[in-house]
Design a protein around this ligand. Structure first.
Ligand code: 9WN
Length: 422
């Protein structure tokens, strides 16, 4: 058992060690660039001991924003040969080299927390004035480019965009994507045991999609029409929904008037009326949907619990999710595993097919707390603390043994510890 001071010092030192001069890599070697949602979460950790540095993290993230408003999922600020695929494969043609997809947009929710909690009010006000138009442009991009038919449910084009890369929820939709036919050399399995990473068959399709975006010149209309992989990702829908509400709250708090505020309000209202398209009456559960087939992806992953974080479940649905989650926590030693332990697709060590991810559980716990289900929220937090105490700041954790998996000295795990409970 570590003492509190040791844990805090190690968490801070993890962020400091992973700082590449204004942005924080998730971990050295395995992920040597700036990732979108990692950086947002990591800013919360920086905020607890260096507010200026926390704002800088966000500034660097905005530095890679595309003209159409998208904030890419990876910014390749500096070259590195320890990661694949790099900017050449993505066909990056922007000033800051980047990927051509985004990631779960938790940024506005993080900025809302930072605006409320930062002690240096002058700095917070100055940063907000600078960042708000960019943040609004990012959210407008999601609704305009990813929901051109106004369904209320944005689409995602790549499992990497979900941030939950090899989640079993994507298996069926991804199987319809052709594999690439060229040879390539992965780097991830040189850093990490292959049993904790996606299979080649998934990488073959991940790369096909990357090429597809490049071959279509990143043209949103063409990609929307022809992409062989299109899903309503419940994680992205939920995180975007809460973030849009936080963004609107930020506009109020900072007295920012913007011509698009009505558009954002409308988008939020629309999602509230259409979210039940992802509710399966038979299974009494929210699922992702394969937009190409119109079918729900009926695999139980914890991403669906983010619906509470979004505030999108009605009372009955929330009660059902709570009862379900209580049983879920009993099914593995630690909670909440990313795939239900009783699912035949559960693999407790393989990346997004079972392990526990603390930044996701932090969001899920907020959702349960918001709905007054405090027992489950407390259980998730206690288990998160136990995992770090046992294994340290790993990328993710084996839900049964509690062993640390994936990358070591991981930024978002350290940041979540600093912000959530230390
Ligand atoms: C691809 C950085 C990222 C996270 C994702 C996680 C993993 C990348 C990879 O690492 O994805 O984006 O190469 O495996 O799945 O959520 O943002 O930590």
């Amino acid at each position: 058992m570590n003492n509190q001071k040791q844990l805090i010092d190690t968490a801070k030192q993890t962020l400091i060690n992973n700082d590449l001069g204004g942005y924080t890599v998730p971990t050295h070697g395995l992920y040597p660039f700036q990732w979108n949602w990692d950086s947002a979460i990591t800013a919360l950790g920086w905020m607890t001991f260096d507010e200026e540095r926390a704002w800088q993290e966000i500034e660097l993230l905005f530095s890679g924003q595309w003209d159409n408003g998208m904030i890419p999922h990876v910014l390749f600020h500096k070259e590195s040969d320890t990661y694949f695929p790099g900017p050449d494969v993505w066909g990056s043609d922007k000033k800051v080299k980047s990927t051509s997809i985004s990631q779960p947009p938790v940024l506005a929710s993080v900025m809302n927390i930072m605006f409320d909690q930062c002690k240096d009010r002058a700095l917070a006000a100055q940063k907000m004035a600078e960042f708000m138009p960019k943040l609004i442009a990012y959210h407008l991009w999601w609704y305009r480019e990813r929901d051109p038919k106004n369904t209320g449910l944005v689409v995602s084009y790549h499992p990497w965009e979900s941030g939950m890369d090899n989640s079993p929820a994507w298996d069926e939709a991804l199987a319809a994507v052709p594999p690439v036919t060229w040879d390539y050399q992965r780097c991830d399995t040189t850093h990490i045991n292959a049993s904790e990473r996606p299979h080649k068959k998934e990488y073959d399709r991940f790369l096909y999609l990357v090429e597809f975006f490049k071959n279509n010149h990143f043209d949103s209309d063409l990609i929307y029409e022809n992409c062989p992989y299109k899903v309503n990702d419940i994680g992205i829908v939920s995180i975007l929904h809460r973030a849009s509400k936080d963004l609107l709250a930020l506009c109020d708090k900072t007295n920012i008037s913007h011509p698009s505020i009505t558009e954002l309000n409308d988008a939020v209202a629309l999602t509230e009326t259409t979210i039940n398209g992802l509710w399966c009456e038979q299974d009494q559960y929210f699922y992702n949907r394969n937009v190409i087939t119109g079918e729900l992806c009926k695999v139980k992953t914890s991403a669906s619990q983010l619906i509470l974080y979004a505030g999108l479940a009605n009372k009955l649905q929330a009660d059902i999710l709570n009862a379900d989650a209580l049983a879920w926590t009993q099914a593995s030693t630690f909670s909440m595993s990313s795939t239900h332990p009783k699912s035949p697709l559960y693999e407790p060590q393989r990346y997004w097919r079972g392990p526990i991810w603390l930044h996701i559980n932090w969001m899920i716990a907020i959702g349960f707390d918001d709905y007054q289900f405090t027992d489950i929220a407390k259980c998730m937090k206690d288990d998160a603390i136990a995992l770090v105490n046992q294994s340290g700041y790993y990328e993710y954790f084996h839900a049964d043994s509690g062993a640390g998996c994936g990358g070591k000295e991981f930024s978002w795990t350290a940041a979540i510890a600093l912000y959530w409970w230390l």
